[in-house]
Design a binder for this molecule. Structure first.
Ligand code: NAD
Length: 428
């Protein structure tokens, strides 16, 4: 977008934090002029299911515009262009300019350098997140980075360091939208206020079906890995770091910390895809003060799914399903009034792109609204360390399960585990 405020204040300065005290007192929309040129301009890096959902949410609830697209593959890029051009057209706006379409291994560098972009949504496969995040922050762009921020310890530590560089200068959000879901916000507020008393133990679980992906017949083995990265251990981080991380993140939030050690088991079981990711994990986490939490997960079951955190304390028990009760039982009972208790077994309600009903209905809208507001108000977020903490918590359980032995938080960090996909993107 061209700067409609020429001679007054540069758009980058306004969005990037260099506004004067006087401007901060004014409403952002008054400073930035008309709706068409005041919207935060979003570049989408990784144009798949979740990226399309995230960027559409930013338009719907944040009033953003999608001005640039980048992907490794042309077909993905084209699909996204059709989608976002249609939205722009419905608002009487121009679609994505062909000069802002970036494809191939260097597409990430091109999109973060674009002068038409204020904020980048990173929804490439997790393996690339630290690299893509680093490039975006270096280019001075605000970032909405999907979870997990990294697949290995090396990447997670790098993300913490990138977060330090962004501090106070850019807004950096990580895609844990459940932390913005009103039922969860209220439940956690009550837990933190002592509604469960002394928390002793808990169980969190993520029981999901197989992820349905096209088989990409005729593609090379490397392309197949990239296309179906969710089945690939190194590209995804495995299901505990890629998918189960949501319940681990909520558990860390509820318990206000991270596990200090873990033991675990897991395996591929009856998974039928050609990848090497596990089909289930069964982990016991120990949090500070000897709070023991089991994590169980599947990514193969048929006909039924459920995702939930349950904590047991001296005064009560809590549970918080994606779909179903969000409640506290015991001395201080409470239940989210709008919770749908009818059924949590409707597989149709489960969405791999993250569009859920019931307790999570407002999670994405609230999350995206908060991200855009953090940019337009110069009250920048910085969720890098938090995102890394949850990713590392997943890695702790993963390492314990892979090794079949107890692993401590310190031991995990000292390992500086560094995964290599062995993929040369310039040679696909
Ligand atoms: N927060 C949530 O609820 C939620 C839900 C679903 C997915 N996610 C996360 O979103 C991310 C994307 O998941 P998805 O389901 O959209 O996957 P996807 O496979 O649908 O999309 C990934 C896209 O990235 C592209 N890509 C692959 N390698 C690339 C590279 N090196 N550079 C640029 N583009 C590249 C692919 O071609 C594809 O278009 C993952 O981190 C996933 O964990 C989060």
């Amino acid at each position: 977008m061209s700067d409609g405020q020429k001679g007054k204040i540069g758009r980058r300065e306004f969005l990037g934090g260099a506004a004067t005290a006087g401007l901060i007192l004014m409403k952002p929309e008054l400073v930035r002029g008309t709706a068409a040129n005041s919207a935060v301009r979003v570049g989408l890096l990784g144009c798949g299911g979740r990226g399309t959902e995230d960027a559409s949410n930013l338009i719907d609830t944040g009033g953003a515009r999608v001005t640039a697209l980048a992907d490794l593959f042309q077909d993905q890029l084209d699909k996204a262009k059709t989608h976002f051009d249609k939205i722009a057209q419905s608002k009487g706006l121009a679609g994505v300019d062909p000069s802002q379409m970036f494809v191939g291994p260097n597409a990430y560098e091109q999109i973060v350098s674009s002068k038409e972009v204020d904020a980048v949504v990173i929804t490439s496969p997790p393996y690339f997140h630290p690299q893509h995040l680093e490039a975006a922050v270096k280019a001075g762009k605000h970032v909405y980075c999907e979870k997990p921020v990294a697949v290995d310890v090396h990447g997670a530590l790098k993300v913490i360091e990138i977060g330090r560089r962004a501090q106070g200068k850019l807004s950096l959000d990580v895609g844990f939208q459940i932390r913005n879901a009103p039922p969860f916000v209220e439940l956690v507020r009550r837990i933190h206020a002592g509604a469960l008393g002394k928390i002793n133990s808990g169980e969190v679980y993520y029981y999901a079906g197989a992820l349905d992906r096209p088989s990409w017949e005729g593609a090379s083995p490397t392309e197949k890995r990239l296309r179906n990265w969710v089945w690939d251990r190194v590209l995804s981080g495995d299901i505990i770091v890629e998918q189960n991380i949501h319940v681990i993140d909520v558990c860390n939030w509820m318990l206000q910390g991270h596990p200090v050690k873990a033991t675990g088991a897991g395996g591929r079981g009856t998974r039928s895809d050609w990848g090497d990711a596990f089909g289930h994990f069964n982990v016991v986490y120990t949090y500070p003060e000897d709070v023991h939490v089991t994590l169980n997960s599947t990514q193969f079951n048929k006909g039924w799914w459920d995702v939930n955190e349950r904590l047991f304390g001296s005064k009560g028990t809590s549970e918080s399903h994606y779909s179903g009760p969000c409640a506290i039982y015991g001395d201080e009972p409470w239940s989210w009034a709008k919770a749908d208790t009818s059924s949590s077994n409707d597989t149709k309600k489960f969405s791999a792109a993250g569009a859920f009903s019931d307790n999570l209905a407002q999670a994405d809208p609230e999350k995206k609204k908060a991200f855009i507001e953090s940019i337009t108000s110069n009250q920048f977020h910085n969720q890098a360390a938090l995102g890394a903490e949850s990713a590392l918590s997943g890695m702790l359980g993963r390492t314990a399960a892979y090794r079949g032995e107890e692993v401590s938080w310190e031991g995990l960090l000292a390992s500086d585990e560094h995964w290599d996909s062995g993929i040369d993107l310039n040679n696909l």
